[in-house]
Design a protein around this ligand. Sequence first.
Ligand code: NAD
Length: 338
Amino acid sequence: MKNRSVLVTGGAGFIGSNFIPYFLENNPTTKVVNLDKLTYAGELSNLKEVENNPNYSFVKGDICDRSLVQSLFDKYQFDGVIHFAAESHVDNSINNPSAFVDTNISGTFNLIDVAKSNWMEAPFKYKDGCENNRFHHISTDEVYGSLGETGLFTENTPYAPNSPYSASKASSDFIIRSYFHTYGMNVVTTNCSNNYGPKQHDEKLIPTIIRKAISGENIPIYGDGTNVRDWLYVLDHCKGIDLVFKTGKAGETYNIGGRNERNNLYIVNTICSILDEIKPADKSYKDQITFVTDRPGHDFRYAIDASKVENELGWKADENFETGIKKTIDWYLKKYTD
Ligand code: NAD
């Protein structure tokens, strides 16, 4: 295969900053340009390990800025886009939905439309040499809405987003879908479950539990803690994205999930038990657990059926929650205590 040049958006965020080092190491002839606006969620120090890699470049900028994105296509002649950039925090989408509409919907439209104009001849044909150029859109299982006690999300589950965040992601998925069905663009979408692991923003559940525990503060848990998520170790997700980007079928969507359904009470109790063992305090960290008013419209349960990506592409999660959470706690203990 010829040397590739890939635009990664949002690479300074949680998943992107795990993905870029993995991808560069596993694709040593591919050049990666990371376009990130560096919102509060972007953290360039999480990419220290690649900053001197000759195949890596960083550009600070907004995916909504069409002339900037076009200038990057001119300069780097991308033949792939892997699109992570998003406003991603559900609570923020409740307080400030407009940023979610701008970045997640308009930004995604801008990116795919610029890619189309660079890769395709008007209206429906790829330019010579561009036939294998690919746009990979990263999305979420939250687009499917909420499950009851049973059932799993498959790629055929109807969309029923419930928060401004998931509604904006659902809209972006439909834009990507339409560019395949209308123009024949080579797109793939992955919808993944809740990621956890190193480099996640402090505001998210698992870093919050670890940070509050070791600083002796109350550990807040929404409602009664029975909400269920399907936890996916971030590096397993990165392997899945690399695989789908390279081998997924054009126009298809793939659900990526860890088959690790756990409720929030289990998460907080497991983390506290591990901390009790490796960093004992006067009393159990569990004494700090405090239940707080539930998030409005809080979806009860998400769980993914990952059979398609497992059976068709051979992906499999290496970590279960119990092995992944130990690595995660070690990483945050170092971050919060060094
Ligand atoms: P994140 O919030 O940690 O990172 C998002 C990154 O995008 C940040 O670096 C931010 O600076 C950048 N960004 C935001 N707006 C931008 C803009 N307009 N232009 C350029 N850059 C911009 O998010 P994450 O957790 O790494 O999620 C990455 C992707 O995966 C998102 O699309 C998200 O919807 C999806 N996803 C995440 C999870 C999860 O558990 N974290 C689960 C399912 C899907």
